[in-house]
Design a protein around this ligand. Structure first.
Ligand code: VGL
Ligand code: ZN
Length: 246
């Protein structure tokens, strides 16, 4: 409808908006969006905060180290926390070094689909595979390792890349009556995204806390991941929307 055809209505809605603004200005607390307090049937999944993925590591995610203090703070608001570790065999199929003539960030076709090739990273038992030292979540209840099948990658903490073998996280969370997961960590466009989307596929509500993640962003992967997550029903939020202690 045009403004000229309904001059009254538009004028009235303007006044209402102005009134609401002044009331909100006088009582900002009453009108502020209530902050989210994670319930007992909710779990935080902290994805791959490992030495290889922070500056100095072999597959360093830009500014990956910045999120560690924030993740520590967010974790305090959750009763249930699960940590994940990328945990590859030496010579893993996802490593460029396992494919003669191929370089990191190139793609190959494997029986389960296209696989981006990575620098060697998160080899079982190495310092690169250890959780970052500053990660301080003593109440975390489970560490789930993934990507240990030599021939199959696993970005997701729930299901390997061939869409067949489950890691056990699904059963663990359901056994503990968890209905919703929040996902933080590294990297937004790979292990965080795949974990959140598989959570949806398996019937959990799933939310990614964007500022508590950092992305790799190769070949447009970050924008593509957000698009796919939205389509899968993954919610996107900022840590400021959570009720956190100062
Ligand atoms: C990841 C690439 C290869 C991740 C793991 O944690 O996002 N990305 N392996
Ligand atoms: Zn990996």
């Amino acid at each position: 409808m045009t403004q000229s055809s309904k001059p009254f209505l538009s004028r009235r809605s303007l006044l209402v908006a102005a009134g609401a603004m002044s009331v909100a200005g006088a009582f900002p607390r009453a009108f502020a969006q209530a902050k989210i307090k994670p319930a007992a049937d909710t779990a935080l999944i902290v994805v791959d905060v490992q030495n290889c993925f922070v500056p100095g590591g072999s597959l360093a995610v830009s500014k990956g180290d910045e999120i560690v203090p924030l993740i520590n703070k967010i974790a305090k608001a959750f009763q249930n926390v699960v940590l994940t570790q990328d945990w590859h065999t030496p010579g893993h199929v996802s490593f460029a070094s396992a494919h003669p003539g191929k370089k990191p960030f190139e793609t190959v076709k494997l029986p389960y689909g296209n696989q981006i090739l990575w620098p060697d990273h998160c080899v079982q038992g190495t310092d690169g595979a250890s959780l970052v030292k500053g990660l301080d979540i003593p109440h975390a209840q489970l560490v789930i390792r993934k990507g240990f099948n030599p021939k199959v990658d696993s970005y997701s903490a729930f299901i390997e890349a061939d869409s067949k073998l489950k890691t056990g996280l699904d059963g663990y969370l359901k056994g503990r009556n968890i209905k919703a997961v929040y996902v933080v960590g590294l990297a937004t466009d790979f292990c965080v995204a795949w974990t959140a989307m598989d959570a949806r596929k398996l019937g959990f509500a799933a939310t990614v806390i964007e500022d508590a993640c950092r992305g790799i962003d190769t070949q447009g992967s970050l924008a593509a991941a957000w698009k796919s997550m939205e389509k899968a029903g993954v919610k996107r939020m900022q840590s400021s929307e959570l009720a956190l202690d100062a």
